[in-house]
Write a protein that binds this ligand. Structure first.
Ligand code: MTE
Ligand code: LUZ
Ligand code: MOS
Length: 750
């Protein structure tokens, strides 16, 4: 990495899986997938497809040498359907052919006979029929039953949020190459190289050390490749095993949209109770998560829903119950926020409903109930170093909420057909994998004899800038320029047993591991330099590409020190492991301290709605975000803006529509609309909370990847407020996304 990743991107030089020159003899795979949502396979006719010139092999479940199972948390998902199919797009056969075009043509010649069964596509229906992925879970504190008696306002209702297509620029894919002695080398577009390694070994019935997974970078993941890159790598590996040749499998966009899971749609019920001052005394919620046909990560996602049931508020009496419901849709999966956004939409809906009933602005209730130090979440973690109040106050003052409210009111008085709405969205997001065991990372650092540095970690670069951050960490620890540090691909041979790059914790975990590895090397080099300079190791440090003594630059450069140390046989490499301290969670009690810390921020959003045509723009989004002390401020700003727009897309525009037969209707970019530059807010103003160093963080920084997505939820409420300015009596259901169609149905219900 002499230049930054983004420079390679704009030059078109960065390589994705499909850009690697395939070795000679590489075959291409295409997938025959189920055409029905639920049923039994009666017959598979391969005869026409097999006759097509250029087809080498058609692989079925029976060809799997190992176990036909890719489930990671719950083992309920075959790689290839055998007797039954559970969703449209479920892989049944792999065609291996000379070219991808031939493979696809052969796929169209395969005919499958099914006995169809009635599919379930709705989460509540699945729950009614007892179709749960796992037993329901409940987080609670206090006693809601007795608390209702003290409430002067009680509101109940329902809130539904939709799915979301990841739409990473690089579709799912892998290139699998045989090496000697039953070893396979896999290039995969995955956030979880170890997951790919483990599952491919399971499918092929071999040991993990017979599989090397290498990931240079992804053209986006957004959670869609945390668990769901694995299947495509395993299908390619199985195909390669069957033909004993390299095999490439790259999903065309349309197939990627049809075959892969998305953000989980949720349908939820809430009940909220407040006293006359607007203090929330009690909150109950039941979440019906539409998991799709297999567990995938659904139970972990559901758990995070429970953790974020109360968003940024302290509520003394809470009972939140969550059900993961099995339906006949493609298995839904991780998506930026991981169940947190779905929970926050529900509590914000409850607050909006309560505000309406009490005749106050939602922001008054929000403000009154913000978390403070010492508050305890329903799952037992005590809030420390709380900054949600600071973010709130700072946003309010810096961005003149009073004036803004007045401006919106004035505008609405003057304009009968165009209305504006303002909403405030606070976000408090727990940082750490909620599955404590995943909070670990490894790093391998080499200093070569010329002084240049090579760093390998378990972190996967997917556009979020984790490489830039780890590079900054290594450069800082070793006292060398950024240009002296190269971040290598993520490779299971260099760093083993990696957690997926997810939960916004990639930079934290792998950065800490890199810091620890660098510290081993600088300790050795400080000893060596001290000896040769007649100093003590404590006097030695490194900076500006030099050895420092008592903080002052000496004549000894980093490069020459390293060269001398090499000839003195000092070990210039180090491996380190990091495990987040202190966190724990007891699933039998549903209590513990799952998060290392929290990320905070507040967004103020103004929407402008054309009430005749139902179309709208987000005029301004003003954010105060607590980043700690950023490792890479420009990267972090990019993450905030990108996540915000992705969140607005989820809340306002992106409508994943399936019909009652489990057929994806929004299956192209003409029917599934995503944000573009015209949709993006006209003005996004981000202020980073000042004097906000995070003492326990990596160089006082905080994670950034997911939390700002949830600012987008404010966009939904800004639109709802604009709608109510037009039609104060309208009952606008809490259903997202608020597409122009839903706006019009809300404004003109008859
Ligand atoms: N940013 C870009 N450009 N592309 C991505 O795929 N994924 C997001 C976020 N930001 C993503 C992104 C998700 S879902 C997560 S969990 C984090 O990045 C992961 O990276 P981190 O842990 O290094 O923050
Ligand atoms: N993945 C995961 C995640 O396995 N556990 C988590 O807690 C999580 N959180 C956010 C995103 N991905
Ligand atoms: Mo992100 S949903 O944790 O990959």
């Amino acid at each position: 990495m002499k230049v930054k990743d983004c420079q390679l991107h704009v030059r078109g030089e960065s390589r994705f899986v499909d850009d690697f020159p395939a070795p000679q003899g590489t075959m291409h795979a295409a997938i025959k997938a189920s055409e029905i949502a639920h049923g039994d396979i009666k017959d598979i006719d391969l005869s026409q497809a097999e006759k097509l010139p250029g087809v080498a092999k058609i692989v079925l479940a029976r060809d799997i040498p190992g176990e036909n199972q890719i489930g990671s948390i719950i083992q309920d998902e075959p790689l290839l359907a055998d007797k039954e199919v559970h969703f449209r797009g479920q892989p049944i056969a792999i065609v291996v052919a000379q070219t991808a075009e031939i493979a696809r043509e052969a796929v169209s010649l395969i005919t499958i006979e099914y006995t169809e069964k009635t599919p379930i596509v709705d989460a509540r229906e699945a729950a009614t029929k007892g179709q749960l992925i796992a037993p329901a879970r409940t987080f609670s504190c206090g006693d809601t039953e007795t608390a209702w008696a003290d409430c002067t306002t009680i509101v109940s209702g329902s809130a539904d949020s939709g799915g979301q297509e990841h739409l990473y620029l690089e579709t799912q894919g892998a290139l699998v190459m045989p090496a000697e002695d039953g070893v396979w080398r896999i290039l995969s577009s995955t956030q979880g190289p170890t997951a790919v390694q483990r599952i491919c070994a399971r499918i092929l019935g071999i040991d993990m050390h017979q599989i090397e997974v290498d990931v240079l970078r992804l053209g986006g993941g957004f959670g869609g490749k945390e668990d769901q890159a694995t299947a495509w790598a395993a299908l390619a590996a199985l195909a390669a095993f069957c033909v004993q040749q390299p095999v490439k499998l790259i999903l065309p966009r349309h197939e990627d949209m049809l075959m892969t899971g998305k953000r989980h749609p949720y349908s939820s019920d809430f009940k909220i109770g407040l006293d006359q001052n607007g203090k929330i005394l009690a909150y109950e919620a039941t979440y019906y998560q539409n998991a799709g046909a297999a567990a995938d990560l659904s139970t972990a996602i559901l758990e995070r829903t429970l953790f974020h049931a109360t968003n940024s508020y302290f509520i003394p009496n809470v009972k939140a119950t969550a059900l993961s419901c099995r339906t006949n849709l493609p298995p839904n999966t991780a998506f930026r926020g991981f169940g947190g956004p779905q929970a926050m939409f529900v509590i914000e809906s409850a607050i909006a409903a309560a505000a309406e009933k009490m005749g106050v602005a939602a922001l008054q209730i929000q403000e009154k109930n913000l978390l403070r130090d010492g508050d305890v979440f329903p799952y037992g973690q005590k809030m420390e170093a709380c900054r949600i109040g600071r973010c709130w106050q700072e946003n309010k003052e810096r961005f003149f909420w009073q004036d803004k409210q007045q401006e919106v009111a004035d505008f609405n008085l003057q304009n009968p057909l165009v209305k504006k709405g303002l909403a405030i969205m606070p976000v408090t997001f727990g940082i750490s994998f909620t599955n404590t065991g995943l909070n670990q990372a490894g790093s391998l650092v080499h200093v070569y004899s010329d002084g240049s540095v090579s760093v390998s970690t378990g972190a996967v670069e997917m556009g979020q800038g984790v490489n830039a951050k780890i590079r900054a960490v290594a450069a800082r620890c070793l006292g060398v320029d950024l240009a002296g540090v190269r971040i290598e691909s993520t490779n299971t041979r260099r760093v083993a047993n990696t957690s997926p790059t997810a939960a916004s914790a990639g930079a934290d975990l792998n950065g800490h591991a890199t810091r620890l590895a660098c510290e081993q090397i600088t300790a050795r080099l400080a000893d060596f330099a001290a000896q040769s300079m007649g100093a003590t190791a404590a006097e030695i440090s490194f900076g500006k590409n030099r050895v420092l003594r008592d903080g002052q630059a000496t004549d000894l450069t980093w490069d020459s020190l390293v060269e001398q140390a090499y000839w003195a046989r000092v070990n210039l490499s180090a491996q380190a492991h990091y495990a987040t301290p202190k966190i724990h969670f007891d699933i039998t009690q549903e209590k513990g301290q799952p998060f290392a810390y929290y990320s905070f921020g507040v967004a103020a959003i103004v929407a402008r709605l054309d009430c005749v045509r139902g179309i709208y723009t987000f005029e301004t989004v003003e954010i105060v975000h607590d980043l700690g002390a950023s490792l890479a401020p420009k990267v972090d700003l990019g993450q905030i803006e990108g996540a915000l727009v992705q969140g607005l897309g989820w809340m306002a525009m992106e409508d994943v529509v399936f019909d009652e037969n489990g057929r994806l209707l929004a299956n192209t970019l003409s029917t599934y609309k995503i944000p573009d530059i015209y949709f993006a807010p006209q003005k996004i103003d981000t202020v980073l909370l000042e004097n906000a160093a995070h003492p326990a963080g990596l160089f006082h920084s905080k994670a950034i990847g997911e939390p700002p997505l949830m600012y987008g939820i404010g966009g939904w409420f800004a639109l709802r407020n604009a709608m109510q300015a037009f039609r104060p009596q309208a009952q606008i259901p809490f259903v997202a996304p608020m597409t122009p169609e839903r706006v019009l149905l809300g404004l003109y219900p008859e």
